[in-house]
Design a protein around this ligand. Structure first.
Ligand code: GUN
Length: 291
């Protein structure tokens, strides 16, 4: 049995950041200022803190200005909305990202709705979601955009291909389906209530797994020759090294390798793409604002 290809998302993301850095240099030349990205972190969730630090470093590395706003988990919703309004008005800021999840006493939807859609580099605002769904120019959520880039790099034209997206979140599943549709794929969205997921997955030329359940998609479910994009990041106990944990995706990768044409690994697949696309979105927003 042949073994599928492992898609190197880390290398693709590094290349994308290089292209963004070239675009940033051209923007600075033209506009006489750097693009700026503001990241808002509420509370001290360790995983979120790691992401935010990494975002800040990569923002500066591509030549943009990075602004970080750390607020305690006890911040009131009004104070957070005031901060966002300040950033909406701040001429130096082209992109605003509020790290999710937010503490339970804050209404996430209200916070996202407060962001100027022109600065919504996460693409979470309903205006951007609506623009994407109706085929208009939009800021597009970073993770699904990264998945599409990897798919097009691997497969070229996605037109007419059978795509199954597993997961229906606003951040990944729904925008992923919209992007695949825009590429003329035939799209199914499966989720936790889907009957006989194995046979739904087995139809697919393209599988995008974004359910958040460790190794739930089994190798034998995959149609021979399919391309699999694994968005899952799940921490599980390491059975070989007691007391340690490791990160796995939503797909049983080792099994799937015998069936796929290509698959993204976890880690090193989709993960690195998210920040690279965020930087790209910030450059896109900066150009749109500069006119
Ligand atoms: N938390 C986990 N992923 C993301 C993301 O892409 N954007 C934001 N704002 N928060 C996140």
């Amino acid at each position: 049995m042949s073994i599928g290809k492992i898609i190197d998302g880390k290398a693709f993301a590094a290349g994308l950041r290089e292209r963004v850095a070239e675009g940033v240099a051209a923007f600075v030349e033209q506009a006489g200022r750097k693009p700026g990205l503001a990241v808002v972190l509420v509370g001290e969730d360790p995983a979120s803190s790691v992401y935010v630090r990494s975002k800040g470093k990569m923002t500066v590395a591509v030549g943009m200005d990075s602004y970080e706003f750390k607020r305690p988990a006890t911040i009131g919703e009004e104070d957070l909305l005031d901060l966002i309004e300040e950033l909406n008005q701040d001429e130096r800021v082209d992109g605003i990202l509020v790290q999710l999840p937010l503490p339970a006493h804050i209404d996430e939807a209200a916070v996202i709705a407060a962001i100027d859609p022109a600065k919504d580099v996460d693409g979470f605002h309903v205006v951007n979601a609506g623009r994407l769904a109706t085929g208009q120019e939009a800021l597009v959520p970073c993770t699904p955009m990264g998945c599409i880039m990897l798919l097009k790099d691997e497969l070229g034209d996605l037109s007419g291909k059978e795509a199954v997206v597993i997961g229906r979140s606003n951040i990944v599943g729904k925008p992923m389906a919209q992007l695949l549709l825009a590429e003329n794929a035939t799209v199914t969205i499966a989720h936790s209530r889907t009957h006989d997921l194995a046979s739904v997955v087995h139809r697919a030329d393209i599988v995008v797994a974004a359910v958040g359940r460790a190794e739930m998609i089994k190798g034998e479910w995959i149609k021979p020759g399919a391309t699999v994009i694994d968005v899952g990041i799940n921490r599980v106990a390491d059975d070989e090294d007691e007391g340690k944990s490791r990160i796995v995706g939503d797909v049983a990768t080792a099994e799937a390798l015998a069936h796929v044409r290509a698959i993204t690994p976890v880690p090193g697949g989709v993960g690195p793409m998210t920040i690279a696309v965020l930087l790209r979105n910030t450059l896109v927003a900066a150009h749109a604002r500069a006119g």
